[in-house]
Design a protein around this ligand. Structure first.
Ligand code: MG
Length: 157
């Protein structure tokens, strides 16, 4: 068994939606990012890569590479999952935490869980999504952006 953790942050910017766990959520702002800025999927990719000992998302999908401009982060997850499997490893479960004052994900929680599970080719029960604010403290508390943490367990290897 191998465990990995991931963390990601994106600042809010102009826009009318955010992508979270591959789900488009209407919001009064978007995020500033080279790709679609999906913090949940970016943290998830880093957790997968970390558990597999394969570095980080920036090494595999550098933001200097025009191929990833505006890229849906689901593509990153698919590519990372292929690397994980190529190393003889299989995803056991994923636990994700969104840190943000807004948007509230309650109404979207199950949709995100299902989409992340679909991307990982897992049963939805093997994916968990939590959310917290930072009690209005710091850059997240001032709603300047949003952050995500992910923990993943891999079997094999
Ligand atoms: Mg990111």
């Amino acid at each position: 068994m191998r465990i990995g953790s991931g963390f990601d942050v994106h600042a809010f910017g102009p826009g009318d939606h955010v992508m979270l766990g591959g789900v488009r959520i209407a919001h009064e702002r978007g995020v500033i990012a080279h790709s679609d800025g999906d913090v949940l999927l970016h943290a998830l990719c880093d957790a997968l890569l970390g558990a597999a000992g394969l570095g980080d998302i920036g090494q595999h999908f550098p933001d200097s590479d025009p191929r990833w401009r505006g890229a849906p982060s689901a593509r990153f997850v698919a590519a990372v999952l292929a690397l994980v499997r190529g190393a003889g490893l299989a995803v056991v479960n994923a636990d994700l935490t969104l840190l943000a004052e807004a948007p509230r994900i309650g109404p979207h929680r199950e949709a995100i869980r299902r989409e992340v599970a679909r991307l990982l080719e897992l049963a939805p029960e093997r994916v968990n999504l939590k959310a917290t604010t930072t009690e209005r403290l710091g850059f997240l508390g001032r709603a300047e952006g949003l952050a995500a943490q992910a923990v993943v367990l891999l079997a094999g290897g």
